[in-house]
Design a binder for this molecule. Structure first.
Ligand SMILES: Nc1ncnc2c1ncn2[C@@H]1O[C@H](COP(=O)(O)OP(=O)(O)O)[C@@H](O)[C@H]1O
Ligand SMILES: Nc1ccn([C@@H]2O[C@H](COP(=O)(O)O)[C@@H](O)[C@H]2O)c(=O)n1
Length: 224
């Protein structure tokens, strides 16, 4: 890849679990697919716990900032901003730890960063051009999470409810919701808010044009 002169544009999309972050990120990805674009998920950067037993892994609070490897995500985002490729970690929700494999990720001109606690760390915030908070009521997020975790993450209803009450909900109010103050834009209800998606992509195109980033003809595959 020829190194463009301007640094890639980074848009951070945050909000509680089940708020619609990934849906918003995918819509932005699709609307800007005539640029080279990628999605980087904070979930990929949960700490490696391969040295722990399964019983210990299940007790971890996955909604606390300590659960994430911020040093690695910041280091890899900086590499991408310098147009260097990364070996992205892969997170296995069923094993509650990182997989042994990594995914090779080439740099892109637009980086969408998606995760519950991406605005909690000042170093990470400072790397973003636009910060978005997807704001969805607790009850809606819980219903979505039950459906998703039962179908996609192999969890039982009992374990989802217990986890929600002991960590997901309290950590949301202690750590995630307070990061709303750092957002440039708050998007109610997420993925179905087409007006917000249009406003965001119009702004992104303006930044890309002002930096002289070139559109491409070819569409890139999603790299979630
Ligand atoms: N506005 C919406 N209306 C209805 N369902 C939605 C909406 N936004 C997202 N969903 C659904 O809710 C679930 C969680 O959405 P997702 O975007 O994965 O949230 P997050 O990434 O914040 O956890 C998905 O099944 C998605 O299809
Ligand atoms: N082993 C794990 C790791 C994370 N979680 C939950 O994932 C949520 C964040 O992902 P979203 O796609 O929902 O934003 C977070 O709330 C963790 O509780 C988990 O259940 N198990």
């Amino acid at each position: 890849m020829v190194k463009p002169k301007q640094k890639p544009v980074v848009i951070g999309v945050t909000g509680g679990s089940g708020s619609g972050k990934t849906t918003v990120s995918r819509k932005i990805f699709n609307e800007l697919s005539n640029y080279s674009i990628m999605i980087l998920q904070q979930d990929s950067y949960y700490k490696d716990q391969s040295n722990m037993t399964m019983a210990q892994r299940k007790k971890v609070n996955y909604d606390h900032p300590m659960a994430f490897d911020y040093d690695l995500i910041i280091q890899q985002l900086k590499q991408l901003l310098n147009y260097q490729p990364i070996e992205k970690p892969v997170y296995d929700y069923n094993q509650f730890t990182r997989s042994k494999e990594t995914i090779h990720q080439d740099p892109r001109e637009v980086i969408i960063l998606d995760g519950i606690l991406i605005l909690d760390d000042e170093r990470l915030r400072d790397l973003m051009d636009i910060k978005v908070f997807v704001d969805t009521d607790d009850d809606i997020r819980l219903i979505r999470r039950i459906e998703r975790d039962m179908h996609e993450r192999g969890r039982s209803l009992d374990s989802i409810i217990k986890q929600y009450l002991t960590t997901v909900k309290p950590m949301y109010h202690q750590f995630v919701e307070p990061t709303k103050r750092y957002a440039d834009i708050i998007v109610p209800e997420g993925g179905e808010n087409q007006v917000a998606i249009d406003l965001l992509t119009t702004k992104m195109r303006a930044i890309l044009r002002s930096r002289g980033n070139q559109q491409i003809k070819q569409n890139f595959d999603s790299t979630i």
